[in-house]
Design a protein around this ligand. Structure first.
Ligand code: FRU
Length: 465
């Protein structure tokens, strides 16, 4: 395969030959996973934003379908979500049918739009055939604040209050707006959420999730609510990235005492949102790219992948409070190497790097040490390095992991600091060509990074200081 072919991941969703950004309209419906996404159907850079569409039975193999929601001359179709209106509360499907799928998206109107010049407002489209054919609603937009930065509607059903809830952002004001509705068509303002801990940036693509708490002996099972907010810039590793806040939601207002925590310590996880139609632990998917350099990834004509989907749980922490655990969903068939303790894994393990692979092992925290993935045999072969420094912090560094000149100033992930007193940290690293998903410490941290080594072979070894 050519160098460029070696960038195309096997089981991370990529567009066929065009541009992709945020995941949109994620839903599991009638046993199938639908991923819509921000797509430029006509090019490999951002523009002509429309909703691309792919479906999967297993979240690993994706089939592309035609563009679901195309842009038009004066309107781009920005990010949003899809729900199954099972009871046909909207009346958009014929009576007696199984209820429509309803897509909520942001109408991004052009500066010369006849009635909404330069504004962003929420609109809907619906499908009565399970998600293939979509019809734009005649009375769009359905929610308009006269704002130029009001976007990214995420809608879910809240059973306790018997209402639909929509979370959106006033991006430039750093606000999440919550609205509720009985019929998906008319919406009432419920509350506005702000947080001083996430400042100075655009807020985008919010999500509000009910997440199960895993029970332990002294803490019963239950659930809590997690707000996910993407910020650009201001991400944990520079450029764009995401944060989570753990709290409570009463059907109208989200409250939290917690500080924002990074959703992902890598550079490449943005606009992450959950699938609708999933019971229990939510499944989240992020855009595996960063606005700091998304237009420069060397994969032309296709651009961008999605992260691996990950499930979310909460666990009680000693001394009170909850922490978020995330587990990437990795296809069973992926070759797995157990490296054991990195400090003693000095004999390199050599693998074919064309097919996805997974490396598991442990990093000791008492002495600086590193695991090096070296792609190819040349003197200057690209290297991806997972290291522990003298302070016991874990960093994934892709500065030298490319066979091309790529984003040199965006090399190291944000560091992960394990709980005080820990002797070692387990890692689980998945490499699917240009897509790297790292899980640390049983899911206490994830690191998503793109690398562009372009080599057909990799050797993996440990080193200690
Ligand atoms: C986030 C974002 C959204 C917007 C979309 C436009 O990456 O800026 O806020 O809806 O991308 O493509």
């Amino acid at each position: 395969p050519s160098r460029a072919d070696l960038y195309r991941p096997r089981f991370h969703l990529t567009p066929e030959s065009t541009w992709m950004n945020d995941p949109n309209g994620l839903i599991r419906h009638e046993g199938r996973w639908h991923a819509f996404y921000q797509n430029n159907p006509h090019g490999s850079l951002w523009g002509n934003l429309s909703w691309g569409h792919a479906v999967s039975d297993d979240l690993a193999t994706w089939t592309h379908l035609p563009v679901a929601l195309p842009c038009s001359e004066h309107e781009m179709i920005f990010s949003g979500s899809v729900v199954h209106d099972a009871e046909n509360s909207s009346g958009l499907a014929a009576p007696g049918a199984s209820g429509p799928l309803v897509a909520f998206y942001t109408s991004a109107y052009s500066p010369d739009h006849p009635t909404h010049p330069g504004l962003q407002a929420q609109s809907i489209a619906y499908s009565t055939d399970g998600g293939t054919e979509w019809t734009f609603y005649a009375d769009n937009p359905i929610l308009d604040r006269g704002s130029a930065n009001f976007r990214d509607p995420k809608v879910f059903w809240h059973a306790e209050s018997g209402r639909w809830v929509m979370v959106t952002v006033e991006a430039a004001d750093q606000q999440v707006h919550l609205h509720t509705s009985a019929n998906l068509l008319t919406w009432e303002e419920a509350s506005v959420f702000t947080h001083p801990g996430l400042d100075g940036v655009l807020w985008e693509c919010p999500d509000l999730l009910r997440v199960p708490v895993t029970g332990t002996a002294d803490a019963p099972e239950g659930e809590a609510w997690v707000m996910v907010i993407s910020t650009n810039p201001g991400g944990p590793a520079g450029g764009s990235g995401g944060y989570v806040l753990i709290g409570d939601f009463d059907g109208r207002t989200f409250t939290t005492q917690a500080q924002p925590q990074p959703l992902d310590l890598g550079q490449d996880c943005y606009a992450a949102v959950s699938f609708s139609g999933v019971e229990g632990a939510p499944v989240l998917l992020g855009w595996m790219n960063n606005w700091a350099y998304a237009d420069q990834t060397p994969t032309d004509p296709w651009r961008s992948a999605m992260t691996l989907p990950r499930t979310l749980h909460l666990e009680p922490v000693a001394g009170g409070g909850l922490e978020l655990l995330q587990h990437p969903i990795v296809p069973e068939a992926v070759r797995t190497v157990d490296l054991g303790a990195v400090a003693t894994a000095v004999e390199p393990v050599v693998l074919d790097a064309v097919e996805p692979f997974r490396v598991q092992g442990t990093l000791g925290l008492r002495t600086p040490q590193r695991m090096v993935l070296r792609f190819g045999e040349e003197e200057a072969a690209p290297e991806l390095v997972l290291s522990v420094d003298a302070e016991g912090r874990v960093v994934l560094d892709r500065s030298a992991a490319h066979g091309v000149d790529f984003a040199p100033e965006h090399g190291a992930s944000a560091p992960y600091t394990p709980a005080a007193g820990s002797e070692e940290v387990a890692f689980d690293l998945v490499v699917d060509r240009s897509c790297v998903d790292l899980q640390l410490d049983g899911g206490r941290a994830l690191v998503s990074q793109q690398i562009f080594p372009g080599a057909a072979e990799v050797s993996i070894r440990g080193e200690s200081a």
